[in-house]
Design a protein around this ligand. Structure first.
Ligand code: GDP
Ligand code: MG
Length: 438
């Protein structure tokens, strides 16, 4: 799939503005990527519409292709949709902070309760766990084992007292004994049912939690939307925790759940071990959902490696016809530093066009030969290729282990490149910004 998105890069290039066709083509792939990641159909539709609106007509700045501009927008919008900034856990200014866990059976509530306690503990807080699941066999025991592992006490009244009462008394105990966080574990069912909802609603009104965390199994994909919807309608959630992100899910549930509830995703659980809990990072999840981590780093590379000053200087030289083989070599060097040539040439100003020139085949061997030829030129020849007559050509060919035909080809390429870059720079205003129309 990532290859499919890669193609978007390849196909769309060398045009000054992002056109509607560019966007439509790219969005077809993005749409598939999102659906494959199990993002809800309606969420995908809204998202695509929003990105289209933003992308069409965008300027394609130097060293970007329209495909890159679009992916960049897609990534930013996705990140934004999932909350943008990383969301923190609530903290009551009247301790204890009460946190209520909600979610289906097996989602990972009890595990999360232990993990969160451990995290709070390392932040020098003093948490108390409350065993509010009296239905699942050994649920209390499970919490006690977790508490024992990290040395955090577990409040329980056994399985004969109602969870509402247990929660109430648990919070009271925390207040009395100076705990600053109370984490209430609750029972889940295999499916949402009235009884379960009523019980957790009763707990909610009895303890008035500062934070209601919906625990969602990221592997459940589409189903996560319905779960999140019904819980949110009944409980006014304040945050979401995605679990089992260590699996091979692409995490589309994250996007859907955030879109449906409007609640920030606060944590990501990535394993069964007690310390496998992380703050949720919307930007990382965005690239996971799109499966395009590589591409994003490619965009970053293009931004950082092509030094802005150098690019400007190059432009100035082209305008004043000072462009020499030194610049040519330097540009090659920069490209080489960035990685595989095929993809990277598209990012270089002017190079993308060269690629479609039949005289300029992208083939690593030939690039090496080209470089060898350029390096065999004397200082004077590099600065003023015009002086390279036939005998100089013979000497350069011999010096670089190539043929006169190779030297001729490079000189022709150099001239082509210069011409094309002149055209290119002719379209740019003096400040390096495109003149109108581009
Ligand atoms: P609950 O019914 O909501 O309380 O769910 P549990 O906390 O009992 O978890 C159900 C199962 O999922 C257990 O076997 C956990 O070890 C496992 N589990 C919980 N969180 C994660 C996670 O982030 N990754 C993985 N791989 N397993 C998890
Ligand atoms: Mg449980």
């Amino acid at each position: 799939l990532s290859t499919r998105l890669q193609n978007v890069f390849g196909k769309l290039k060398g045009r000054g503005k992002v056109s509607e066709d560019d966007v439509n083509e790219a969005m077809r792939e993005v749409r598939l990527a999102l659906l494959e990641a199990d993002v809800n159909f309606k969420v995908v539709k809204d998202f695509i519409a929003k990105v289209k609106e933003r992308a069409i007509g965008q300027e394609v700045v130097k060293s970007f292709t329209p495909g890159m501009v679009i992916i960049d927008i897609v990534n930013k919008e996705l990140t934004e949709l999932m909350g943008g900034e990383q969301a923190k856990l609530a903290k009551s200014n009247k301790p204890p902070t009460v946190i209520l866990m909600a979610g289906l059976q097996g989602a990972g509530k009890t595990t999360l309760t232990g993990k969160l306690a451990k995290m709070l503990q390392t932040q020098k807080h003093k948490p108390l766990l409350v065993a509010g699941d009296i239905y699942r066999p050994a649920a209390i025991k499970q919490l006690e084992v977790l508490g024992g592992q990290i040395g955090v006490p577990v409040f329980t009244l056994g399985d004969q007292v109602s969870p509402v009462e247990i929660a109430k008394q648990g919070v009271k105990r925390a207040k009395d004994e100076g705990y600053d966080y109370v984490l209430i574990d609750t029972a889940g069912r295999l499916q949402i049912d009235e009884e379960l909802m009523q019980e957790i609603k009763d707990i909610h009104s009895a303890v008035e939690p500062d934070e209601v965390l919906l625990v969602v199994d990221a592997m459940t994909g589409q189903e996560a939307v319905n779960v999140a919807k019904s819980f949110h309608e009944q409980l006014a959630l304040t945050g979401v925790v995605l679990t089992k992100l260590d699996g091979d899910t692409r995490g589309g549930a994250a996007l859907s759940v955030k879109a449906v509830t409007g609640c920030p995703i606060k944590f990501a659980s990535t394993g069964e071990k007690i310390d496998q809990l992380e703050a949720f990072h919307p930007d990382r999840m965005a690239s996971r959902i799109l499966g395009m981590g590589d591409m994003l780093s490619l965009i970053e590379k293009a931004q950082s490696n092509i030094d802005a000053d150098k690019a400007k200087e190059l432009e100035r030289k082209m305008r004043t016809a000072e462009f020499s083989f030194y610049d040519f070599l330097e540009q090659m060097e920069q490209v080489r530093n960035m990685g595989p040539l095929e993809q990277l040439l598209d990012m270089m100003p002017g190079m993308g066009k060269l690629k479609s020139n039949p005289n300029f085949k992208i083939d690593e061997k030939q690039i090496k030969r080209t470089e060898a030829v350029a390096k065999s030129m004397t200082h004077a020849e590099k600065l003023k290729p015009d002086i390279i007559n036939f005998s100089r050509r013979k000497r350069i060919a011999a010096g670089s282990g190539t043929t006169v035909a190779d030297v001729n080809r490079l000189l022709k390429q150099f001239e082509d490149m210069k011409k094309m870059m002149k055209q290119f720079s002719g379209m740019m205003g003096p400040n390096g910004k495109p003149k109108g129309g581009m």
